[in-house]
Design a binder for this molecule. Structure first.
Ligand code: CP
Length: 303
């Protein structure tokens, strides 16, 4: 048999030969898997940076990456997030990295999986690995968070980056401010609001956000957004001497930031992306150790 198109091609003896070989593999599963750790990247929303930097991080750590494209998966046939995650667990994934449009997708999985899960973005609510790479970038620059003035500028209401960063930065002792256009405020965040002109003159970190059009229902965006609420070259010239510009990206050049500032000397935007790989490596390793998953015993631990 050169190809396998139909079971009709197999004789009865062939059928039993295949079943016995498969049984042999099932019994040898521990040996088959003991030297491999699989990580599944399950992205149900678009991503360039997070997905690709997780992939690089996983490969740097010697892990096997299971890629997944929701738009060509059985999600289109109605499969739920839980059933997709459970499928990857069943076929041997040792860790799941998930991004989903729901703010609370992880509740659907809570206490139902025997593998670690990493949040790669939850709706408007949380983006913890972005936060960690932002913290690393700020820490590299200032060696401390205490007393730093950090302003998050832009579409706060629809931003999971803002939600994760506000809480973490405040815990670490930074003074966190927000600056935005009318309609983009978030009443759940208890931070003072500044105008963009107050923000640039008084802050050490100016963290810009894009307008998240995909999450808007009825918020109108003015045509002079950059001039009114964004970081123009004139405003950049008024920033503190050592202040830096950050942005989680993707960037909408010329809308929230003048295009010439994206790679200016104050910008740490591409540095953030580089740091994303290292932070994700550190988080994956942290979880592998917490779960006792190593190349020698990962199958044993899950039994
Ligand atoms: N910053 C960020 O999450 O980018 P992606 O949406 O491209 O992953």
């Amino acid at each position: 048999m050169k190809n396998f198109i139909s079971v009709d091609q197999l004789t009865e003896a062939d059928i039993f030969q295949v079943l016995e070989r498969a049984e042999y593999y099932a019994k040898k599963a521990i040996k088959l898997r003991q030297n491999r750790i699989f990580v599944a990247n399950l992205f149900f929303e678009p991503s360039t940076r997070t997905k690709m930097s997780f992939t690089v991080a996983e490969k740097n750590l010697g892990l096997e990456v299971l890629d997944f494209h929701s738009e060509s998966s059985s999600v289109l046939k109605g499969e739920t997030l839980y059933d997709t995650a459970k499928t990857f667990e069943s076929i041997g994934a040792n860790m799941l990295v998930i991004r989903h449009r729901s703010d609370e997708w992880f509740k659907e999985l809570k206490n139902k999986l025997q593998v670690p899960v990493i949040n790669a973005g939850a709706g408007k609510a949380e983006h913890p690995t972005q936060c960690m790479l932002d913290l690393l970038t700020i820490y590299q620059e200032f060696s401390s968070f205490k007393g730093l003035n950090v302003v998050i500028v832009g579409d706060i209401k629809h931003s999971r980056v803002a939600k994760s960063n506000v809480n973490a930065l405040r815990r670490l002792g930074a003074n966190v401010f927000l600056s935005t256009a009318p309609g983009f405020e978030d009443e759940t965040l208890d931070c003072p609001y500044l105008t963009i002109d107050q923000a640039v003159e008084n802050c050490d970190v100016v963290m810009l956000l894009r307008i998240q059009h995909e999450r808007h229902t009825n918020v109108a965006v003015t045509s002079n957004y950059l001039e009114s609420y964004g970081l123009t070259k004139k405003r950049e010239s008024k920033m503190r001497k050592n202040a830096i510009i950050m942005h989680p990206a993707p960037i909408n050049r010329g809308i929230e930031i003048d295009t010439e500032l994206v790679e200016c000397s104050r910008s740490r935007i591409f540095k953030q992306m580089t740091n994303g790989v290292y932070v994700r490596m550190a988080i994956i390793q942290f979880l592998l150790e917490e779960w006792g998953i190593t190349h020698e015993n990962n199958f044993e631990k899950r039994k």
